[in-house]
Design a protein around this ligand. Structure first.
Ligand SMILES: [Zn+2]
Length: 241
């Protein structure tokens, strides 16, 4: 195994570790999620610390150690200044980094996951939203992650009878992972369900098929945002909490 390696990575979290060091969890483009140690980064004078702030996209040089791998050098490619200077954006990015860190296992890798997280940060950095829209944007990210991890909800056919879903009278069944049609709904005994409107179905279909930078431009009423957040949040909770 090589003694050092270079990698491009997004910083997910940074925690104090030992007397002067930090433990840094990153998602790297070619090695997936890795747990690293940065020496001396608790000192204010540390040159490394600024390049290892959460949400930074940085080029890292990593030295292999017996117990831990150490960050030897780091250079930020993007600090996402607009996210860090806005508390609402910071909170939104924090939620996204949290679920990403929670759902992705160490070593789990994929260019598409890296690309998704990068898109999320780039799009959040560029766009100014209202509080409720930040929640929606976070939920779009969460749904995209679930799809990427193999939890794509069935949004076109009834998960019970297999018939095409018509616009009205449907429900989302979290146990079965998709929509139940207006007819099957009457006999569905499962309690892990929510009614779902025709507009919510349309947005969810777009959300599993479109990029985040397209989704952020959708104009959606506050009432519909609440419904979408509730459905995606419940779908996530059902599978992972
Ligand atoms: Zn049906």
């Amino acid at each position: 195994m090589e003694a050092t390696y270079q990698t491009k990575a997004i910083i997910l979290s940074r925690q104090p570790f030992r007397e002067n060091d930090c433990r840094v969890i990153v998602y790297s483009r070619d090695r997936g999620k890795i747990d690293l140690v940065a020496r001396g980064t608790k000192k204010i004078s540390s040159k490394l610390a600024g390049h290892l702030e959460p949400f930074n996209l940085s080029d890292l040089m990593v030295a292999r150690g017996r117990q831990y791998d150490y960050i030897g050098a780091a250079i930020s490619q993007n600090c996402y200044y607009n996210i860090k200077s806005d508390s609402e954006k910071t909170a939104c990015a924090g939620q996204a980094a949290n679920i990403f860190n929670k759902l992705i296992k160490p070593g789990e890798r994929g260019e598409r996951l890296f690309g998704l997280l990068l898109d999320f940060l780039e799009t959040l950095n560029k766009n100014q939203l209202s509080v409720i829209n930040y929640q929606l944007f976070y939920h779009f990210f969460a749904l995209s992650m679930l799809v990427e991890l193999g939890y794509r909800p069935e949004l076109y056919k009834c998960v019970i009878c297999g018939n095409k879903i018509l616009p009205n009278g449907n429900q989302f069944d979290f146990l079965k992972g998709g929509l139940v049609c207006a007819i099957c709904r009457k006999n569905n005994k499962n309690k892990q369900v929510l009614p779902i409107s025709a507009d919510c179905i349309k947005v969810l279909r777009l959300a599993v098929e479109s990029d985040l930078n397209k989704l952020i431009k959708l104009k959606i009423s506050d009432k519909l945002i609440k419904e979408i957040n509730n459905i995606i949040g419940s779908f996530y909770n059902y599978n992972f909490i």
